[in-house]
Design a protein around this ligand. Structure first.
Ligand SMILES: Cc1cc2nc3c(=O)[nH]c(=O)nc-3n(C[C@H](O)[C@H](O)[C@H](O)COP(=O)(O)OP(=O)(O)OC[C@H]3O[C@@H](n4cnc5c(N)ncnc54)[C@H](O)[C@@H]3O)c2cc1C
Length: 373
């Protein structure tokens, strides 16, 4: 089967597009699809936009410098002078973007997408309460760091039941307000299991609340973020076991890091490793909108599979080959620039965005460089 989506999209002048999730990735997918004249519908489980940023612990700040975590055509307001804004500032920024671009009218809240069936070349998305939406293209933006916590299976005799204290996931701690969270940890001996952003943020909050009376212990096996079962979350949405198996896991091939060659009527945003999810999701949202508008066609399945394999080979070259987390290597950040070049070429745009050759050679690329696409 050759690029079946092009046959699907060519047959139908009016394309129905479903976007699952109204976090940053879903909002971006919506914005760029609207810009190309589509009327996408966004299904969101929660009563609000912002995804992971709508419920975080009080001390959470952006860990990506804000210049890289910026909508390409919507700079941060002058009032935010910090390089790493706090979560309230991030949420306000996301809300202003959605309001300005009138994205909110496209969102259906309290709509958890339970299952995706893929029929022929078109997708069907049933939502609660048992409503079925038939669409031509689905953009899955359900998030990599939310909803399904990764809690290890510990034998009953050794886990929570053998321990007299309380065990909670960082997601539940993050859902508490500032006062509730401080009360929860006050005067307790706290062990944080797992490293990276949330673990370190919680450890810092414990230190702030308890001082030296009850020092916090941080235990971790590896210095990577693995707090959520993001693969399982995606897999749970598909009815077909074939799709479940082929779409998830570190070896799943994704063309341009968002379309599985064998499911070209569906794209996944926000899953590729990236130093700035916003930047990565926006570049792919632009690319998807161009594709859906018929500005270019996907290559054949075989070509897409070979391309995805090449990416994997390059990523593995710079990391421990046997480690399933090879996609998290720092080289991923450098590959983003090359990937953006490829996306630009697909869209028929010049990837060189700097005014002067000297800048092209020595200055860094930011989201704002791509504002004109
Ligand atoms: C504490 C913390 C700090 C972070 N810091 C950074 C940072 O500094 N830089 C960075 O680049 N990234 C950071 N991230 C990663 C963060 O995930 C991204 O910044 C960004 O929020 C991802 O947006 P998203 O839209 O892809 O996913 P999310 O924000 O997770 O949004 C997904 C949305 O999909 C909805 N959804 C899920 N399942 C369904 C369903 N079945 N049906 C309907 N809706 C559904 C969810 O309710 C949610 O609203 C951080 C994450 C956390 C948790």
């Amino acid at each position: 089967m050759d690029s079946s989506i092009s046959s699907c999209t060519e047959q139908k002048k009016e394309k129905n597009i479903a976007i699952i999730g109204a976090g940053i990735s879903g909002l971006l997918a919506c914005k760029h699809a609207m810009e190309k004249g589509f009327n996408p519908v966004v299904f969101e489980t929660r009563p609000n936009i912002g995804g992971a940023w709508s419920s975080t612990m009080d001390s959470t700040k952006l860990q990506t410098p804000k210049d890289y975590f910026q909508f390409s055509d919507f700079p941060w307001p002058d009032s935010v002078s910090e390089t790493f804004p706090n979560h309230n500032q991030v949420m306000n920024y996301i809300k202003s973007y959605a309001l300005l671009l009138r994205l909110l009218v496209s969102i259906m809240y309290h709509q958890s997408t339970r299952k995706i069936y893929l029929l022929g070349v078109c997708g069907v998305v049933p939502a609660r309460p048992f409503r079925v939406h038939e669409v031509d293209f689905v953009i899955l933006c359900v998030g990599n760091f939310s909803d399904l916590p990764n809690v290890p299976d510990i034998p009953i005799s050794k886990g929570e039941n053998a321990f007299n204290g309380e065990v909670i996931h960082s997601m539940d701690y993050g859902a508490m307000d500032k006062i509730e969270a401080a009360k929860f940890i006050e005067d307790k001996k706290v062990v944080v299991v797992g490293n990276h952003k949330s673990g370190l943020d919680i450890a810092a909050e414990v230190v702030k609340t308890n001082g030296v009376r009850h020092p916090c212990t941080l235990v971790f096996r590896r210095a990577i973020w693995s707090g959520y079962k993001s693969d399982q979350k995606i897999s749970n949405i598909f009815t077909s076991s074939d799709f479940k198996n082929c779409i998830t896991g570190s070896s799943a091939p994704f063309y341009r890091e968002c379309i599985h060659p064998k499911i070209p009527q569906l794209a996944i945003l926000g899953y590729s490793e990236s130093p700035s999810t916003l930047f990565t999701s926006e570049m792919r949202s632009k690319w998807l909108a161009y594709f859906l508008a018929g500005k270019f066609k996907l290559p054949t399945i075989k070509q897409m599979e070979e391309d995805a394999k090449e990416w994997e080979k390059v990523a593995r070259r710079y990391y421990n080959n046997d480690d399933e987390n090879y996609k998290r290597a720092c080289v991923g950040a450098l590959l983003q620039i090359h990937c953006n070049d490829l996306l630009c070429k697909d869209m028929g745009c010049n990837p060189k965005k700097k005014k002067w050759p000297f800048q092209e050679l020595f200055s860094t690329y930011h989201p704002s460089d791509y504002a004109d696409i």
